[in-house]
Every structure is written in structure tokens, then in C-alpha cells.
Design a protein around this ligand. Sequence first.
Ligand code: ARG
Length: 572
Amino acid sequence: MHLKDYLNSAIVKVLKQLGYDASNTLVSISNRPDLSDYQSNVAMPLAKIVKKSPIEIANKIKDFLIKDPAFSKVTVDGPGFINVTFSDNKLLEINISPKKFGKKVVLDYGGPNIAKEMHVGHLRSAIIGESLKRILKLSGNEVIGDVHFGDWGTPIGMLITQLKQENPQSFEDNFENFDMTISEISALYKRANANFKSNDEFKESARVATFELQNGNILYKKLWKILRDKSVEAVKKNYDKLGVSFDLWLGESDTNDLLPKIVDDLLKRNIAVHSNGAIIVPMDCHDSKQEKAPLILRKSDGAYTYAITDLATIVQRMENYNPDAILYVVDARQKEHFQQVFTVARLAGYTKETTSLEHIAFGTVNGKDGKPFKTREGNVMNLKDLIEFSENKAKEELSVINEETKDQAHKIAIGALKFQDLKNLRTSNYIFDTENFTKSEGKTGAYVQYAIARINSILEKSLNKDSNENLATANPNELKISHKIERDILLQLNRFSESLEQAYVAREPSIISEYIYILSQKFSNLYAELPINGENDNAIRISRLQLCRIIKKVLTQGLDMLGIEAPEKMLR
Ligand code: ARG
């Protein structure tokens, strides 16, 4: 049990003995860390309910708590704040094991689109999604990650039409010699998009092609399959480099057979209605008085929408996995889309009552100008270029480039990209810093990686020094607190599972990045202020080395929660 839970349940127990009922005792990390570790503000609201003075209640709680050797100091301050300091012995127990929640969760992240270059928005989804997957797993949940490929709908009709215009021959001979690379395909898409926007005739052809594809045109399906396979291959390469992986490579297209059935079902139950040739679910009457845009399931031209594919995907996921939650890591701009889809899914009873549907929204990555981040040429920065750019930046910090430092530069680059993203609240927009993000000073991935590398070198040195004493046989529990800095570190270590729980509950990786950043700072403090290998008192030296090992373990685990690896060594 972590410290916060320990204190909470201690207070619950006291309150019960005093005849009061409370399960949440308003325990939080102290806002006066110089005076206490944690505080509880439970006395104030409780006093109102039972009509007593908060100080009196707080003092009663204090009298009980102080008998528990887990606490070394309990004070009542101000109007009735209870300030608690844990005893050194309690901190020395070091509990870093995560709480287990035991849910089954489908995680929808990445969401790249066929033939389109991935942009920084997709990067954010991949980075946040990968991190949440790890946070969820470490918190004892079963996670099924699905990339939910954008591989159906109008963009494919556009590609088909463009290809038909440019290469009628390919259609003649059934695409036997199709050999476009992924960059050629994305260039084809760009031309198609330009035509689609400017040319009504093209638009109409693309619409027809989309309709025919969705309704079983065999030739189109064959071309679609080729395009999809090529796109998946290219996308996988990028994700591999980024250290992002998925259990399922399903997409919008996998729902196609279900779409007419769902439309029928919703029509039959009067949830959906015909409207000017389209089929829609009116949104005004269900959850609020305000009139809202309807959810369009099928357009008047017969084409199925993004919304219906998402509804169908919910049906499939429930059928295949029966999850407790489905999480969508998608740009905040799709907020309304998900609100509507979730409302209809609930209305139609497509999920269990208890299944939570959550849009894990995130903000935009901007450039210095405050507009969505672009390359110098003004194009949307694609993932491949972005990774290359960061690797080059990381290499700038190195004096030698060899195999070892190349691997180091890669890990720093990926760590820099991810940490820069995950240090922000996911819902906020952030400005992509192209200058300092790979540096090992400041709030960066490299700062944390550097702390681990430094510990590695401290531990290596200790082996040389201790070759006679053989540290390996030293008792791993020989930890001591001989200085305030050590206590400070132990307190932070004990907060690992508490932070993990918070990150899990809020679906918020920035809680983990903040946690490991602070732990790294506390380690730097130790390193700067106190001797480790140079300590003369043998017991203290062994204890400090032991502390370093645990810090390394927790930092490594914390970085792993962000999808970041730490290089063994950091050469400069
Ligand atoms: N492909 C979509 C896009 O690029 C994102 C997909 C998100 N997931 C979902 N189930 N709708 O905007």
C-alpha cells in the first residue's frame, strides 16, 4: 500500500472508532513539504456535518495517528489541517509496487491514414497512446491496442480516380505491374486532393468510386488492398523506429460488412431516420434541449461516413473483447464526433452499461509562430523527417560518432521527441522546441537518461573499489538515512506507485514525466552534495549505492512508461 493510501486508511479507521463515516479523507501531498509529507483536510467538512469544531476533530485524529510508528510527527495547523510526517522506518520499507486494477481495455491510438503522410498530430496520438498502454498494463490491466487505420471512405475514391486518370493502363491490366513507392502514392494523393478541391467533375468521379468500392467493386478492392498493404508497411517502419507497437492492425474498412446492418437496426428502432436522402441520428432531443448537428450515418449519395465506421467498430470490439473501457487517443478537435458516437452507442445499447467510452483528447503541436508545426519549407512535418531531425540534433551534442554513440543518439532522439510531448498535460497545445529538446539540461528526456547513465558509472566504479568486499553479497536491505537528501529521495521513491495510480486514473502520462524528472533532480542533488563511492563510512557508502540502484530501477521503469529507453552510457 502506498503512503497516501496508508494515511487515508489510518484516518478512516480513526473516524470509524470515533463514530464517523468517511471513505475519502482528503489526503494530499503536503503543500508545505518543509513541515510535513502529507496533509489531510478532512476535519473541516466533517466538522460542518457533525457540528463540532474542526480543530477538535483534527486533534482527536492526531491523538490516534501519533500512536502508529509509521508516523513520526503529526500536527494540527491553521483551521484544522492535519500535517503528517512519515517515520524514517516506514520510508525505508520502500513500497514501489503498482496497484492492480484488473480491467480489460481496448486502446485506439495512432490512427494514421492510407496514402497520407503521418503528421505531428498522428505522432502525438502514437506517443500518448503507447505511453497509456504501458501505464495501463503496469497498473494490472489487460490492454488491446488497435491502430485503427484510416483506410476507407472518400480518400480511397480520390486515389482510385486520380490513378485512373494518370494510368489508365494499370486498370486495363488489373494492376499486375503496380509498383509505386509509398512516397509516390502520397504524391498521388496530394494531386488527387488538389483535383478534388478544385474540380467538380473529379469530385463526382471520386464519389462514385468510393460508393462502388464500398459496395463490392472487385477491381477497386484489389487496388485498395495494394494501397493499404503498402501504406501499412511504411507506417509500421515509422512506428518501429519510434518504439510504438500495436496488437491489432484493424481499420475502418474492417467494419464494411457491418455497416448496412447497423443502419438497418438503428432505423428499425427509430433511433435513426431518413432525412433528405441521408440517414441520420438527430441529436437534439436526447441529452440536452439545445439543438445539435445530427450524426450522419450515410450520406445522400449512399456513402458511409466516418461516424458509422466508429459505431460499427464499437459493436465489433464489444463482440470480440467485451472490454470494460474503450479509449480513443485522438486530437481534441474530434470532440464532438466522439460525443455523438458515444451517445448513439449508449442509446442503441451497443455497449455494456459498465463499459466506459472515453475520448482521450490531446492538443495541437505548434511551431514558434503558434500555428501547427511545419517544416521550414512549410509542409506538414512528417514522422520520418521528424525522427531524422531529432537524431541529427542529438548527434550535434556528441564529439565522436561511432556505433555506440549512434545508438545513444537514437535513444536520446526518440526520448527527446516523446518527453517533450509527454511533459505537457495532454490536453494542452504545446510549442515544439527545435533547439533544446535533445539537451541533457532542463526538463528533457536526456536529463533523466543522463541520471541513469551516471548511476551506471557510479555502480561500475563501486565494483572496482569493492572487488574485495564483493558488494553483490551485501544485504539489499542495508539502507540508512544519514542525511536529509537521502530521506527526500526515499520519500520520492515511495511515491512511485501513487503517481502511477494518478496517471492511470487521469489517463495522464505527464504525471509520470513529472515524477521521474523530480526523482532525477533529487538524485543530482545527492550526487552534487554527498560522496557516494568516496564515502568513508562503509555502511553509509553501501546504503547510498543501494539507493542509487533503486533510483535507477524506478527511473528506468518510469521512462519505460513513457516509451523511452535509456542508453547504458552517455558519452559526449
Ligand atoms: N484516422 C483518423 C484521423 O486521422 C483518426 C482515427 C481515430 N480513431 C477512431 N476510432 N476514430 O483523423
